[in-house]
Design a protein around this ligand. Structure first.
Ligand SMILES: NC(=O)c1ccc[n+]([C@@H]2O[C@H](COP(=O)([O-])OP(=O)(O)OC[C@H]3O[C@@H](n4cnc5c(N)ncnc54)[C@H](O)[C@@H]3O)[C@@H](O)[C@H]2O)c1
Length: 258
């Protein structure tokens, strides 16, 4: 029987908040496949949550704090990993942020500051992290980020985050081209709606969820487990011929015209 074995691989994972986070389900899936996990979290509280959440793992993962809006934080994170002589094989970017007042209502009321914040944390951070990681990534590595279909179609309420996700998906193609020579692959997973801290603040989130379950070909919402399985595929050699792609993991909702 063939199975994905990541025993010799190390993953650096951004975006853990709690046990519902997509980053957590991705990390646990990679851990179960044998990978060594390094987490980067935003703030001291997340660090404590993470130590509790990983309590039953057979090792205590390294956790490095990093605010991705700070170039200094990003620089010191990658310097720390480099100085410890560690190389990484998988990078997971599972980060998004917008002012919750900008996630609903009239799109044209979007403020300059709200635009900058959403683009900085949700889109620019991917460029900065890929750039920081390129020198410590092994050949044959894989990078993923998480996006949502509001990059392509209008989902009332998603507003500026849709704009940021469109930028993020463009970055995936651009960075896939840039890192292709080093045989580093870069892909996005466009996940259907999932109950996490981030999704709950989006006005219209419940409508998105019920529309997906009523109208998608599979007639149901996706699960965190399904997203993590797809991440495992994209981060492992099983997807060695795929880069620059946005893979929809959404019960097929994106193919529907009505
Ligand atoms: N939940 C969904 O329905 C859904 C669907 C498709 C895509 N996504 C995407 O998945 C990703 C993960 O979101 P989630 O749903 O797991 O929610 P989450 O709230 O668990 O994760 C978002 C993470 O972003 C981190 N973050 C915010 N600002 C940061 C900063 N300045 N520096 C470092 N980290 C920062 C938070 O700490 C948090 O861990 C996001 O990109 C989100 O847009 C979510």
């Amino acid at each position: 029987m063939y199975e994905i074995n990541l025993n010799t691989k190390t993953a650096l994972i951004f975006g853990f908040s709690n046990h519902r986070s997509i980053a957590w389900h991705t990390a646990n899936k990679l851990y179960l496949a044998g990978a060594t996990i390094i987490f980067s979290v935003y703030g001291e509280k997340m660090k404590k949550n993470l130590l509790k959440t990983t309590a039953d793992w057979n090792y205590t993962p390294e956790i490095i704090e990093c605010d991705v809006s700070s170039d200094d934080d990003i620089h010191s994170l990658f310097t720390k990993i480099e100085k410890s002589n560690q190389k990484i094989d998988m990078l997971v970017h599972s980060i998004a942020m917008a002012d919750k007042n900008e996630l609903g209502g009239d799109y044209l009321s979007l403020s300059r500051e709200g635009f900058k914040l959403a683009m900085d944390i949700s889109a620019y951070s991917f460029v900065a992290l890929c750039n920081g990681a390129r020198n410590i990534m092994n050949n044959d590595s894989s990078i993923i980020t998480y996006t949502f279909q509001a990059s392509e179609k209008v989902f009332p309420g998603y507003n500026v985050m849709g704009t940021a996700k469109a930028a993020l998906e463009h970055e995936v193609r651009q960075i896939a081209f840039t890192l292709g020579e080093s045989n580093i692959r870069v892909n996005a997973i466009s996940a259907g709606p999932l109950d996490t801290i981030s999704s709950r603040v989006i006005q219209g989130y419940k409508n998105m969820k019920s529309a997906a379950s009523e109208r998608s070909p599979l007639k149901r919402n996706i699960t965190l487990e399904e997203v993590a399985n797809s991440a495992l595929f994209l981060l492992s050699d099983m997807s060695s011929g795929i880069t620059g792609e946005t893979l929809h993991v959404d019960s097929g909702y994106n193919i529907m015209g009505i």
